[in-house]
Design a binder for this molecule. Structure first.
Ligand SMILES: C[S@@+](CC[C@H](N)C(=O)[O-])C[C@H]1O[C@@H](n2cnc3c(N)ncnc32)[C@H](O)[C@@H]1O
Length: 437
């Protein structure tokens, strides 16, 4: 299809109501292990499941997500006994997805969690206990200054001791489970403004005491694991490594063989919206996941820290978006250009790993930056063709407000604060589906 035919196709495509999942409750979207960790712009599992219902005809299939995030696609694939591969440049995403994809025997896990909670309950019952038992807080020395920026001294020390005990856990699967709980509660235990995804301090915030936060969350995770354990097939539970291939790395170069995947289900980052490296900064600091935050940020697609001088765009639609931005901001125009260049490389990689007859499904919305419409979905559709795909289907879906992860600020394109988001609805998105013939 030519760029003008693509634009026409998008204009003519009506909202496909059943893909809005209006009846879904938080208990549906957060079922199994899906509620382990907050993650900006994560999928709802129902969307991934319907795509698998529609396009998987051979079982056990192989499913991939080049931007796996907190692993909605991976977990859904594992729940069906499929092979799942996923990549993300964010080390927190790798930790979370790894834990969510593991169904652990509920009795064994409960025992482990009980023992862990009884160790850390000493914070509440006898505050002096830890001095007596001499648990040394594990606080990464090189990030001490940043940690002190976000945490009060007593909370920091308690968290450090909790982390010490988690790192002493010898079963790596249980250790990851505990680390995910630890990572999830960091925000509520810090003075990071609770309603904000951006790194903003709230000096009036009363951080939740670490023991309470982690206990409550671990009990929730235990319930999620038990539900998940019931649905995962025995052969997958016994040999998870045979079914899982999770990598920290770039979506442009995945460690996945040629012609091996049946279906890709993914949602890319957006240009200069979330700085994922910053969003997960607390976990990155505590778990010591990046020596150099600046260099780490640059590896993320969609970051405002990236520009190319030596590569050019193929998509005409993307080039027009870039041209539209130049009069407003040359810097932003270069960032948008870098984003679409990167995405072209991601689509080339998707084509390489798919089997002939396989499909890629990219979930993406359009936005506005400095008043310039950013037609991500149309540019993706055009770019998929340059990677060799045939455009197979376009689904336009409404995002019901109650399951909308967050909406975007019209002006900046960034995800808006909760109050603002109500006024600036971001109600539809697309699933752009390419077929490798
Ligand atoms: C919209 S989120 C994906 C959310 C996911 N669908 C889920 O349900 O959790 C986009 C992801 O792309 C990741 N990302 C950004 N740049 C990347 C890159 N160069 N390679 C791989 N992943 C990247 C981000 O870390 C983020 O996790």
């Amino acid at each position: 299809m030519s760029p003008s035919e693509i634009l026409e196709w998008f204009n003519q495509t009506p909202v496909d109501k059943p893909w809005s999942f209006t009846g879904c409750k938080p208990s549906d979207t957060g079922k199994w292990t899906h509620g382990y960790h907050r993650y900006p712009a994560k999928f709802i599992p129902q969307l991934v499941e319907r795509l698998m219902d529609t396009y998987i005809t051979n079982e056990p299939a192989s499913i991939n997500d080049p931007f796996m995030g907190c692993g909605t696609t991976v977990v859904s694939a594992i729940s069906r006994g499929f092979h799942a591969s996923g990549t993300d440049i964010n080390k927190v995403a790798h930790l979370v997805t790894g834990a969510k994809a593991q169904a652990i025997h509920p009795d064994y896990l409960e025992e482990k969690v009980k023992r862990f909670l009884s160790q850390i309950s000493c914070f509440e019952e006898a505050p002096g206990f830890f001095q007596v038992s001499q648990v040394k807080p594990h606080i990464p020395e090189k990030h001490l200054e940043r940690i002190d920026y976000w945490f009060t001294g007593s909370v920091r020390d308690k968290l450090g001791k909790i982390l010490s005990l988690i790192l002493a856990e010898t079963d790596p699967v249980v250790q990851s489970f505990l680390l995910v709980a630890f990572s999830h509660v960091l925000k509520t235990c810090s003075i990071w403004s609770q309603g904000s995804t951006k790194p903003t301090r709230d000096m009036k915030k009363r951080p939740t005491p670490p023991y309470h936060a982690i206990k409550r969350h671990l009990l929730k995770m235990l319930r999620g694991n038990a539900q998940f354990y019931d649905v995962v097939l025995p052969q997958v539970k016994d040999n998870p490594d045979n079914y899982l291939n999770l990598q920290i790395g770039s979506a442009t170069t995945q460690a996945v063989p040629d012609d091996s995947v049946d279906l890709i289900i993914s949602s890319s980052p957006y240009v200069t919206s979330y700085e994922y490296a910053d969003v997960h900064q607390l976990s990155t600091l505590w778990l010591d996941l990046a020596d150099d935050l600046k260099a780490y940020r640059k590896q993320f697609i969609g970051t405002s820290y990236k520009q190319y001088e030596d590569k050019s765009l193929l998509s005409q639609i993307a080039s027009e978006i870039v041209d539209g931005m130049v009069p407003k901001s040359k810097k932003k125009a270069k960032e948008i250009e870098a984003f679409f260049i990167d995405m072209q490389e991601v689509f080339n990689e998707s084509f390489r790993i798919l089997k002939p007859g396989g499909r890629c499904c990219y979930v993406i919305g359009n936005t506005k930056l400095r008043g310039v419409p950013i037609l991500n979905a149309e540019a993706f559709a055009e770019s998929l063709q340059y990677s060799g795909f045939k455009l197979d289907r376009l689904i336009k879906r409404e995002i019901p407000l109650k399951i909308l992860p967050q909406k975007r600020d019209e002006k900046t394109g960034r995800f808006a604060s909760k109050d603002k988001a109500d006024a600036e609805a971001y109600p539809t998105e697309y699933i752009v589906i390419g077929l490798k013939e």
